[in-house]
Design a protein around this ligand. Structure first.
Ligand SMILES: Nc1ncnc2c1ncn2[C@@H]1O[C@H](COP(=O)(O)OP(=O)(O)OP(=O)(O)O)[C@@H](O)[C@H]1O
Ligand SMILES: [Mg+2]
Length: 308
């Protein structure tokens, strides 16, 4: 594997180098390498089971890789860190999950959900400063503090709950935000609003963001860079616009062909025909190939098998 095939790690907050993870015989990740940079997002795209969440969990240190290296600000995280390092890392790397309901405690108000991380982050806050910060966070995610602060999760819509989850992640001023399918359980009509919000908080807070989705058409809304995954491997990656406008790997082409025409990018296939085509790509491509081809200035694919 040529190291120059991957984006330069200079200034990267997070860097994965040939990360592998197997669960018994299942090779969930077969060597994933990418970097996350401040103020930029990377979209990790691929079908169900290709390894996206496994990747997210490894970055959030909720899981450990079975091979490869994970770097944080240039430091190899395999080296035994102190408990304090681990705590700081877990604060610095925040996650937003798919299910906006199960990630909030039904017994607590929105204000309470935000006061906990705020108080942990900055000890001995006065009540008035805390109230101001809660209001500021809610406003920054597009919620009216006067209305939403006293509400319980069940009194909010799915989109509002996801906004609270984003506010809670921002409360500790992280440098990395991992959003794992943040809109897939939301009503189609509000998905774009949440993606716009993620793009804005990324910009305003200089966040290094990982945006995970199976919906390739939404990648461009949030992410400057894209990695298309197939069966635990990166098959195509680079600048989002270059990859989406000129997809070179048959799997990426297949994902894009499943996006309906007519400006409705927030719906995806899953039809029998799509699955049939995916199976065809699977048999044609050789995901184990280690040959990387540079097909554009910032655009790479994993070389295809001899059959193609
Ligand atoms: N804890 C685990 N034990 C065993 N196998 C696992 C575990 N976690 C993930 N896997 C397997 O690893 C592979 C990748 O799973 P992962 O959840 O990362 O996929 P995904 O891309 O997030 O899929 P989805 O789009 O459905 O969320 C799958 O084959 C899955 O069954
Ligand atoms: Mg997943």
């Amino acid at each position: 594997m040529k190291p120059e095939s991957y984006p330069s790690p200079a200034g990267a907050v997070i860097r994965l180098e040939e990360i592998k993870r197997h669960f018994g015989p299942v090779q969930a990740l077969k060597g994933i390498s990418f970097s996350l940079f401040p103020g930029r997002a990377l979209a990790l795209v691929g079908e169900s089971g290709c390894g996206k969440t496994t990747c997210a969990r490894i970055i959030a240190r909720l899981d450990r890789p079975t091979g490869g290296k994970l770097f944080f600000r240039g430091q190899d995280l395999a080296a035994q860190g102190t408990a304090k390092d681990e705590r700081l890392y877990r604060k610095d790397v925040q996650m937003v999950f798919q299910d906006p309901f199960s990630s909030l405690n039904p017994a607590f108000t929105v204000g309470h959900h935000l006061s906990r991380p705020l108080q942990l982050h900055r000890q001995n806050m006065s009540r008035s400063v805390l109230d101001e910060d809660i209001a500021g966070l809610l406003t920054s995610v597009g919620l009216d503090p006067a209305i939403s602060k006293q509400k319980f999760p069940h009194e909010l819509s799915g989109g509002q709950r996801q906004r609270v989850n984003i506010a809670r992640a921002l409360a500790v001023e992280p440098s990395v935000l991992v959003a794992d399918e943040p809109t897939s359980m939301l009503d189609v009509s509000i998905r774009k609003d949440i993606l716009d919000l993620l793009a804005r908080v990324k910009r305003e807070n200089e966040l290094a963001m990982l945006y995970i989705t199976h919906d390739i058409a939404t990648a461009a809304h949030v992410a400057e860079e894209i990695v298309v995954m197939f069966a635990g491997q990166m098959v195509e990656w680079g600048n989002t616009e270059m990859v989406l406008s000129n997809p070179r790997h048959p799997y990426t082409q297949l994902l894009l062909s499943a996006v309906p025409d007519g400006g409705r990018p927030f719906v995806t296939g899953g039809s029998a025909r799509f699955l049939e085509q995916a199976e065809r790509v699977r048999s044609l491509s050789r995901p184990e190939s280690v040959v990387i081809e540079r097909v554009g200035p910032d655009h790479f694919i994993r070389a295809l098998g001899a059959q193609t």
